[in-house]
Write a protein that binds this ligand. Structure first.
Ligand SMILES: [Zn+2]
Length: 477
């Protein structure tokens, strides 16, 4: 979260410069999700950065004075308690707080964190059959409370839908409330529909990509997509630098207006920008008629390469492990390649289209798969705990072929990966970068570039109007 002027200003600046990318995707997606996208356009053109912070809309005056970010946020009027909320507001004594449940939480630690000092409520939450579900299941439930002098007036917990086939459409809402400060608490749960929305988020790397994403309230599934989209531009394991920044416009689901924090339900990245070591990379989702949709840079060149940069998908789990090139080991002659540390069972995927030339056990390598690709290119995946393919089988890029293990001469679970061109070892990311990519057809490219230009013009106009309509203090520079 932005905590100083400089942070806020740089966030705003990057937001402004990323707006072009956002609008691009917006136009592309307009025919698919007209209403959602229209809202995003309005937000972008208005220079509003509300979704970037996920807290509250910024007003012009606040550009000068960054809002103090805290757990106390403005209440969204809750559907069945709107009247009560207004009444409490008038007393100016009620507090609204939100947080997310943690795996270590007890009723006491949670209530304490939420500023609730109410033994009666604690007892109710421990014993009421409906309220008891509060800390059941997975952590990460979104909690919002209203308190009056420490007493719990209402608690709403939002969590994934109970039925797995409703995960993308519904959420579970647990409401614990009392009618007034003398009334007893009551609790009930219901399944309520999720809403679709478009979110714009920005982040700056200070320690890791996932830490920055957490600060920007970006769900893991979106962060994973960003890492994949830019996988052949940026080596996220080796090249990330402090100060690198990203902006991402994505489809998201909201529960009662709040972006959901649990994974799995976030949609597709519509556009993204990543600044790595001062180099700017852009990606825009675009679907040419009759083709599969894909990400393209500003010149209409597809971000998809014929080889992935890594056989392991980048994720919160795998990002925590470093990769290691190893030279010749004494015990294992001519052992070249790259080792990816990863937990046992992590999915291993084919980096390119090809054919299985070996699948089985070999000395040293343990369970190993060899894939033959076009152009005398070969990849090797070793120490696997599981092999999912057979010799002679055709595999596609990204296909699950096995799982990380520690078979053969391995001291712990890791993937030993080799990329050979004409029999010689090469750096996988160098190959991914240099490998073939597709470009939009001339017809689509013309349309694509025209949109880039027209959106830039509209943006310039909107920006000028926005600046002219506000005082000079609203400038971000
Ligand atoms: Zn190795």
């Amino acid at each position: 979260m932005a905590s100083s002027n400089n942070d806020l200003f740089s966030t705003l600046k990057s937001l402004r410069s990323s707006t072009l990318v956002g609008l691009q995707a917006t136009q592309d997606a307009m025919h698919r999700h007209p209403r959602r996208i229209a809202a995003a356009v309005l937000a972008l053109l208005a220079g509003s950065t509300m979704t970037a912070f996920g807290v509250a809309p910024l007003t012009a005056a606040q550009f000068n004075t960054p809002p103090a970010i805290s757990q106390i946020s403005e209440a969204l009027p809750l559907p069945d308690l709107a009247g009560q909320v207004v009444q409490l507001d008038e007393q100016a004594l009620s507090l609204y707080r939100s947080d997310v449940t943690r795996s270590s939480d007890t009723i006491d630690t949670l209530l304490n964190r939420l500023g609730v000092n109410d033994p009666q409520a604690a007892g109710f939450l421990r014993t009421d059959p409906a309220a008891q579900t509060l800390l059941l299941g997975r952590p990460g439930k979104m909690i919002k409370v209203i308190t009056l002098r420490g007493q719990l007036m209402e608690l709403v917990a939002r969590s994934p839908a109970r039925q797995s086939d409703q995960l993308d459409s519904h959420f579970t809402r647990l409401t614990v409330s009392r009618a007034d400060d003398q009334a007893p608490l009551s609790a009930h749960t219901e399944q309520a529909p999720l809403q679709a929305s478009t979110q714009l988020a920005t982040g700056t790397i200070s320690s890791s990509l996932y830490a920055a994403a957490d600060e920007a309230n970006v769900p893991d599934s979106i962060t994973n997509q960003v890492a994949e989209i830019f996988g052949s531009d940026i080596d996220f394991r080796r090249e990330l630098r402090k100060g690198d920044a990203f902006s991402v416009l994505y489809e998201a689901h909201t529960a009662d207006g709040e972006p959901i924090t649990w994974g799995g339900s976030a949609g597709r990245v519509l556009a993204a920008r990543f600044i790595n070591k001062d180099k700017v990379h852009n990606a825009i989702w675009y679907q040419e008629a009759g083709h599969k949709g894909a990400y393209f840079d500003m010149n209409g060149v597809s971000k998809t390469r014929s080889f992935l940069a890594s056989p392991l998908a980048f994720s919160r789990v795998t990002s925590g492990f470093s990769m290691r090139f190893h030279p010749i080991l004494q015990r294992w002659k001519a052992h070249l390649g790259v080792d990816y540390g990863a937990p046992n069972g992590t999915a291993v995927r084919s980096v390119g289209d090809g054919k299985v030339s070996f699948a089985g056990r070999q000395n040293g390598y343990g369970n190993v798969i060899e894939l033959q690709h076009s152009g005398d290119r070969k990849t090797v995946y070793a120490h696997l705990s599981r092999i999912n393919v057979n010799v002679g089988q055709t595999v596609e890029q990204g296909q699950l072929i096995g799982a990380v293990g520690a078979t053969g001469w391995a001291t712990g679970p890791h993937l030993h990966f080799e990329f050979k061109v004409n029999g010689r070892q090469v750096d996988p990311i160098a190959i991914a970068r240099a490998s073939e990519s597709t470009q939009l057809s001339p017809q689509a490219l013309a349309q694509f570039k025209q949109m880039v230009v027209s959106i830039a013009q509209r943006l310039d106009t909107a920006e000028q109007q926005s600046l002219a309509g506000t005082h000079s203090t609203a400038r971000f520079e």
